[in-house]
Design a protein around this ligand. Sequence first.
Ligand SMILES: [Zn+2]
Length: 327
Amino acid sequence: MSYSRRDFLRMSSFLALATALPTRSLFSKSRVLTPENFTEIRRNVGYFTGRGGTIGWMVNREGAVAVDSQFPDSASDCLRGLEQLIAGQVSGMDASPRTQPEQSAQITDLMVDVLFNTHHHGDHTGGNGTFRPQTERIVAHSNVPDLQRRQAQMRGGEDENTYADTTFDESWSVAIGDETINARHYGPAHTGGDSVIHFEQANVVHMGDLVFNGVYPFIDQGGGANITNWITLLETVAQNHEADTRYIFGHGNPARGITGSREDVLAKRDYLAALMDHVMISLQAGMSLEETRSITSLPGFEDFVSFGPRLSLAANLEAAWNELSAQ
Ligand SMILES: [Zn+2]
């Protein structure tokens, strides 16, 4: 790190007192600090809702992590909340200011140790530029920068993306205080560059858009999606984690929510499998794409909702059709 975490914590402690920020500690369950739109799941790991894909976060005595960055405006709100959480951690540890204000000026910039991007979509990376000045490292799967670039080219105009400075092919880990965070790529699924982020001690997993909870997912075939591997991935993730692991999802319908359990992960697997079965049977029966797409729900998944034309059953059926026809 390019600065002393301890110095930063002392500086934050001073700021917390000086600016009368809320100073309740996350460690004290009776006085849990919850900035607006922040919810703790367990062990200093939680989620933030603003606009776009759910942001995961961890703040402990040694550092802070965010998973996905939404858009510039909500990323600012998220950073402000993280600042409050950091101040709360510091006050829980040591409330006496030992750093002079003039000494702390040069170490106020870096606040987030790692920002992960679960994949390249704009509602998960659009706030990267807002995080950048206060973030030491942005980490994503190695396909993400190219997918971001391609998306920017397709839209035309200036490339306003802020890219990961650290990429990985299979997995990447970091230990911060008493938490270890692991990012893993299980092959193409929602896109060609998805990561699953595991907070190991808290036993919380951020799935990005690998689970749209109770929502017809966006299947980004132009961005390298693969439904067959997506089904395998969800099965593997469920097997790789414990029965009581809590999951954060990129999106969810209001009834099902944006967090859940292994059952929600497996329900998404079952949906994708049912989708592929329906299209396979249609193809074998010689039906047209139009006929195949004409159903209004899949049996067992009638409560799924659509968040727009690209996130609809018809779009999902067409994606399955394309994938199976190409095999
Ligand atoms: Zn997405």
